[in-house]
Design a protein around this ligand. Structure first.
Ligand code: ZN
Length: 325
């Protein structure tokens, strides 16, 4: 038996008012744009790979953010097969006696929604999810994204293999999988496609910006209000990232001293960055934390290891496809 590690990239409507989305959105939330796969034998040896972009037929304009992430340009997609053809090529490549592995449950669900929508019915084997096996192996309470998993395993991304390309992500997933001590236990984690639901445009609490950099430059971020007197404070230093969606710094009120300023970002359904700013009176541990964190970040920046903040936030977004329970 062979393992086929599968990773998919997909497009989404430019916004939720487009004609295509109004017509088809309830049945096709995301349209597949690329199939990437890596074949592994029973001993964990990587044998070969499959990479095929797909010409979209419903959401034909690739969302600029997705285009930036995947590097799938109109030129590439125009020359690619349509979904039905692409799926057939993939299934032929898979051969016989195999199972399909993915990282997390998003890919199978988006794939099956596309299969139903386009009325394509290939014979596919059972899908298994590597992510819960990884969490169990490392005693992690939560779902981990692929990048974090690689870091935990000390597997370095390769310079010419960017994340968010179906083939590269499949390759990295295969690396993680073959480095697991009990990789065959993945067969304990079969998965089924789940029904995708529309992301509800949540009530906006914060301010909307086009980018994280613009948000951090805004008056709200640059002159946060003191937690005690609500007067404008003066930033001690620039914001530093705590996580993909969290930034922190210290700010001084002339009267009340240092405030801890915490910023949180949420990508909205129409691809803006919603920012909320919270301040509280800084405690000694807060101050020590920010200083230590800043030194770490400066060190990482000096080594050229700071990831693109926009991509990080999108990465968080990609794994947050919403499902019906
Ligand atoms: Zn104050």
């Amino acid at each position: 038996m062979q393992y086929i590690v599968l990773d998919l990239e997909w497009n989404q409507p430019l916004n939720y008012q487009t004609r295509a989305y109004r017509l088809y959105g309830d049945r096709l939330m995301f349209e597949l744009l690329q199939i990437g796969a890596v074949r592994i034998d029973e001993n964990g040896q990587i044998l070969d790979s499959f990479n095929l972009p797909i010409r979209p037929s419903i959401y034909t304009i690739v969302h600029p953010r997705i285009r930036r992430m995947t590097h799938l340009t109109p030129d590439i997609l125009d020359e690619s097969p349509d979904f039905g053809d692409a799926v057939n090529q993939f299934v032929n490549w898979c051969g016989e006696d195999y199972v399909i592995l993915t990282w997390g449950c998003d890919d199978i669900s988006v794939l099956y929604q596309n299969l139903h929508f386009f009325d394509v019915h290939p014979a596919l084997p059972t899908f298994y999810d590597i992510q819960p096996l990884f969490s169990k192996t490392y005693s992690l309470p939560n779902r981990t994204n692929l990048k974090q998993a690689m870091e935990l395993m000390h597997l370095d991304p390769e310079e010419n293999r960017s994340f968010h390309n179906a083939l590269n992500d499949a390759y990295y997933t295969a690396l993680v999988f073959t480095h697991l001590p009990q990789m065959q236990d993945v067969l304990s984690y079969p998965q089924q496609a789940r029904t995708l639901i529309h992301p509800k445009p949540h009530a906006t609490k914060g301010d909307l910006f086009e980018s994280i950099a613009m948000a951090l430059d805004s008056e709200q971020a640059q002159k946060p209000h003191c937690a005690i007197c609500a007067r404008e404070t003066i930033l001690e230093d620039s914001y530093i990232p705590q996580a993909a969606d969290k930034y922190v710094t210290l700010s001084r009120c002339p009267k009340h001293g240092l405030n801890l300023v915490r910023i949180r970002f949420r990508p909205t359904v129409d691809h803006m960055r919603e920012m909320t700013v919270r301040t509280c009176r800084a405690t000694r541990p807060n101050i020590a934390y920010v200083h230590t964190k800043r030194l770490q970040i400066q060190q990482r920046a000096a080594e050229g290891r700071m990831p693109d903040p926009e991509l990080m936030l999108d990465y968080a977004e990609k794994s947050s496809v919403t499902f019906e329970d």
